[in-house]
Design a protein around this ligand. Structure first.
Ligand SMILES: [Zn+2]
Length: 197
C-alpha cells in the first residue's frame, strides 16, 4: 500500500466527472488499498479517487471505529430531508470549513470489492454527510460549490480553529452579523476536527 498525495482545489482533476469502473479487479482493489491508506494518513473520513489524481468513480469511507468501506461506481439512489451542518471540511480544501445544507437521509447504490451490488443507507449522521460529499467528488463537485453564501466558508488557523474575524468586534449594528459574535451564523462551533473528506 502506498500513501498518495492529495490533490487540492485548483487541480483540474477535481472538477472532471470521473469515469465508471468497468470491472472490479485486483488493480481496483489495490487502488482502494492506497485510497484507504491515504485517507487514514490524512485523517479524513472519506476520500474519492480524483482526490489522489485518479479519474475513476471510486470512494472510500472511514467512519470512526468502523471498518473502512469502499464503494465502486456509487450513485445516490435516494435522498430526503434537509439539515444544516456547521462545519463541513474537505481534504482537498485544507484550512477551511463551511456551513452547508445536506440531506437527512441518503441511500447510495454501488458495487463492493467483489463487484456485487450493495446499498448503503444513512440517516442523519456523519455517514449521510460523507456519502453525499464523496459522490459529489466523483461528479466533479466540491462542497464549496454548495454553500448558500460565501460567508458560510470560514478560514481556520494552524490549530484548526475558526478564526475571529478582523476589525471592529463589539461595534454593534454593522453588516449582517447576527449578534456580538461577528462570525457567520452556524460556524461558531468549528474547531479541530477529523471530518475532512
Ligand atoms: Zn472532499
Amino acid at each position: 500500500m502506498t500513501i498518495r498525495p492529495i490533490r487540492y482545489l485548483g487541480d483540474p482533476i477535481l472538477r472532471k466527472p470521473a469515469k465508471k469502473v468497468r470491472k472490479v479487479d485486483d488493480s481496483i482493489r489495490r487502488l482502494v488499498d492506497d485510497m484507504i491508506e491515504s485517507m487514514v494518513a490524512a485523517q479524513g473520513v472519506g476520500l474519492a479517487a480524483p482526490q489522489i489524481g485518479v479519474g475513476l468513480r471510486i470512494v472510500v469511507l472511514g467512519m470512526p471505529e468502523q471498518e473502512p468501506l469502499a464503494l465502486i461506481n456509487p450513485t445516490v439512489a435516494r435522498r430526503s430531508g434537509e439539515r444544516r451542518l456547521d462545519a463541513e471540511g474537505c481534504l482537498s480544501v485544507p484550512g477551511y470549513r463551511g456551513a452547508i445544507t445536506r440531506s437527512r437521509k441518503v441511500t447510495v447504490k454501488a458495487l463492493d470489492l467483489d463487484g456485487k451490488l450493495v446499498r448503503v443507507k444513512a440517516d442523519d449522521d456523519l455517514l449521510a454527510q460523507a456519502l453525499e460529499h464523496e459522490v459529489d467528488h466523483v461528479n466533479g463537485v466540491l462542497y464549496v460549490d454548495r454553500l448558500d453564501s460565501p460567508d458560510d466558508l470560514v478560514k481556520l488557523d494552524a490549530q484548526g480553529w475558526a478564526q475571529e474575524p478582523d476589525g471592529d468586534a463589539g461595534e454593534a449594528g454593522a453588516g449582517d452579523s447576527t449578534g456580538d459574535d461577528e462570525r457567520p451564523a452556524g460556524v461558531t462551533t468549528a474547531g479541530p476536527s477529523t471530518d475532512g473528506a
